[in-house]
Design a protein around this ligand. Sequence first.
Ligand SMILES: CC(C)(COP(=O)(O)OP(=O)(O)OC[C@H]1O[C@@H](n2cnc3c(N)ncnc32)[C@H](O)[C@@H]1OP(=O)(O)O)[C@@H](O)C(=O)NCCC(=O)NCCS
Length: 211
Amino acid sequence: MNKKLPVILIGGGGHARVLLDVLLLCGIPVIGVTEKEKPAVLFSVPVIGEDDVILDYSANEIMLVNGLGFAGTAGKRAQIYDFFKEKGYYFEVLVHPSAVLSQMVHMAEGVQVMAGAVVQVGCRIGENSVINTRASIDHDCIIGRHVHIAPGAILAGGVKIGNKAYIGAGATVIQGISIGNNSIVAAGAVVVRDVPDNVTVVGVPARVVQK
Ligand SMILES: CC(C)(COP(=O)(O)OP(=O)(O)OC[C@H]1O[C@@H](n2cnc3c(N)ncnc32)[C@H](O)[C@@H]1OP(=O)(O)O)[C@@H](O)C(=O)NCCC(=O)NCCS
């Protein structure tokens, strides 16, 4: 039988607590949670110290789960991922049991798919990206690295999302659109034209508000 390695969850905030719930639901053993301002336990799982405690474990005896959310920028989440990858650690792919995924979806290392999400045939999801609660990703979407698709967002077919982009809660991106690297789509926006790199778009139809 292919036994899962035990996990260390990085961070104890809101996103991390949702992940911890998935880990416990899936019966994946959790060694502990890393967190600065530490309560003694998170649910029933011990807080084991700050992130550097991970270095006390060898890379082939544990898996990591990145519990950092977006917090205004993908930077910190991406930084933590890249730091531990460079040191040879591996990040678990986590999928909530209620998510619906086509068998023809490619998920790279560290991808997280939350409750009620749907990912359709032909999609590719890049390293360390999050498909959050009840998001809907239709056929043939290509999602980059360190992307966050927030709760309830909808990507129609053939959408491309650049690295470190963020699609806000309840936003809709119509078919065939490209969203640039590091760009942010506001909550509730409807994107009907390509979005360049490094901008924020808001509204219906979405327009650029910040460069
Ligand atoms: C787009 C967003 C990142 C902008 O945040 P910000 O950089 O702090 O910018 P501001 O709040 O100063 O807003 C800038 C302008 O955009 C408008 N705006 C911001 N968010 C908007 C939204 N969702 N829809 C429509 N307009 C919006 C503001 O009213 C403001 O307009 P003004 O200059 O005419 O007053 C943020 O509002 C947002 O939508 N974040 C996504 C939240 C989300 O999905 N959370 C899920 C967590 S898992």
